[in-house]
Design a protein around this ligand. Structure first.
Ligand SMILES: [Zn+2]
Length: 162
């Protein structure tokens, strides 16, 4: 599987971080699905749905948990809009680089090979450096490719595209 490129405009990227931080209330995880189009290895984000928009109780355990109903709402939204889930993103509270928990590894939000999962450290309190993001691509069967570190800067592209 060749490395994906996730294109997200700079303003949308910072809005995403700020919204995730606000929804974390500074004390629990929050998360979102990044929606848009997929063209080969390119994924372009054009809209965002936060987990608590799908389920008001998504963060009540402290980590992000979505019930089956939330996915029905998500898939219905994708059908209506023609958008795809191009990635998900959720917060961890650590400083430094964000890494998958064992629960993140064994419970992919979208259990589809090729799916991209981002983890943002510091509960998304700025500044957030892209090389501190956790960037993981799902292979299936609870296996992932770790694309974090400096290479994350060439995967999560916050400049303009096309
Ligand atoms: Zn996590």
């Amino acid at each position: 599987m060749s490395a994906p490129r996730l294109h997200i405009g700079r303003a949308r990227w910072f809005d995403l971080l700020d919204e995730l931080h606000e929804r974390s209330e500074g004390r629990h995880e929050s998360g979102a699905f990044l929606l848009g189009a997929i063209d080969g290895t390119d994924r372009e984000v054009s809209s965002i749905i936060f987990y608590d928009d799908l389920d008001a109780n998504a963060y009540s355990s402290g980590i992000c948990i979505l019930e089956a109903d939330s996915f029905e709402t998500l898939w219905a939204h994708c059908r209506t809009t023609g958008l795809k889930v191009v990635a998900d993103a959720h917060l961890h509270g650590n400083n430094g680089r964000a890494r998958q928990s064992s629960s993140d590894r064994t419970n992919p939000m979208i259990a589809k090979p090729g799916h991209l999962a981002l983890i943002v450290p510091r509960l998304a309190e700025r500044p957030i450096w892209r090389h501190h993001l956790g960037v993981y691509q799902y292979l299936g069967s609870h296996r992932w490719v770790d694309l974090s570190g400096w290479q994350a800067r060439s995967i999560v592209r916050t400049g303009t595209w096309r």
